[in-house]
Design a protein around this ligand. Structure first.
Ligand SMILES: [Zn+2]
Length: 283
């Protein structure tokens, strides 16, 4: 089967409001050259399942939504382009930098292990193989996101990038926050106040808390490459990572949405509308 576009853009090609959404980890496409030893259910444990569908109603407000289509285990676009894991490769990467913390956890650009420690491959990847994944998946995703954010910023003088994710209800062996730790309903990440105006982060936190949700900030998820690369709060460029607990909307064992999906989707739209009214109003 032909590999689809590694990302899809829902809604307008330019946001009609100073908000842009992206969902880098809800892709469920496993390319033919993946060569993983794990089955689809195991690989989907790493996926932010249905997050693109959860926030899709925002496109009806004129907000652009960029979503990855390829599995993040194959190539994780929420990593810096040089986040190479040498233990996954069959030869040294040219001009390699020291392995990042994510690489040491087996979760660099291409994942070596799942959160529970299971190896993804019974082989090592070639340098050209990984380079091809970066060029096909990572580069165009970043170029498209940056274009959406630049266009909104040029039009409104400010932009909020809501980087949307979900998290397993309980951390696995290599999960952030420590093995076995139960996660709150939402975790907001602004890399300790460096990617988003703290007042805007607090507005989102308070809006969700007022709906009855338990919300933490930067604990245990602070945000990774996508909020880091394109934010500059002093220049009106804000990026905030939103982690949603999977237990609110899906059954992790069957990988199916449950009855909580629609109410959560409505609450997320209440959050979007609060942001539009409270921060994004154009006049
Ligand atoms: Zn994610």
């Amino acid at each position: 089967m032909q590999m689809p576009q590694p990302w899809v853009l829902y809604g307008p090609h330019e946001s009609a409001l100073p908000l842009v959404l992206d969902s880098p980890h809800s892709g469920r496409w496993f390319p033919a050259d993946f060569g993983s030893v794990l089955d689809e259910t195991a690989l989907r444990s790493a996926e932010d399942c249905f997050v693109d569908e959860l926030v899709h109603p925002a496109t009806g407000r004129g907000i652009a939504l960029l979503a990855a289509q390829v599995s993040r285990v194959y190539l994780d676009v929420n990593r810096l382009a040089d986040d190479i894991d040498p233990e996954l490769l069959d030869a040294p990467w040219p001009d390699a930098s020291p392995p990042s913390r994510k690489a040491r956890l087996g979760k660099a650009l291409a994942w070596r292990t799942l959160d529970d420690g299971r190896p993804v491959y019974a082989r090592r990847l070639g340098v050209a193989e990984l380079r091809g994944r970066i060029e096909r998946c990572h580069t165009p995703y970043h170029r498209t996101l940056q274009g959406l954010l630049d266009a909104a910023h040029a039009r409104f003088g400010r932009v909020l990038h809501l980087n949307c994710h979900s998290m397993n209800a309980v951390a696995g062996a290599s999960g952030e926050g420590g093995a076995g730790r139960a996660r709150p309903d939402f975790v907001l990440g602004d890399r300790d106040g460096s990617t988003c105006d703290p007042a805007l982060t607090e507005f989102v936190r308070a809006t969700l808390a007022a709906m009855g949700y338990e919300v933490t900030v930067n604990d245990p998820f602070k945000g990774v490459a996508l909020v880091q690369l394109y934010s500059n709060p002093a220049a009106g460029r804000h990026s905030l990572q939103l982690e949603i607990n999977k237990r609110l909307y899906m059954d992790e064992a069957t990988v199916q949405p449950h009855a909580g999906f629609a109410p959560l989707q409505r609450d997320l739209m209440r959050l979007i509308d609060a942001l539009v009214d409270g921060w994004g109003a154009t006049s």
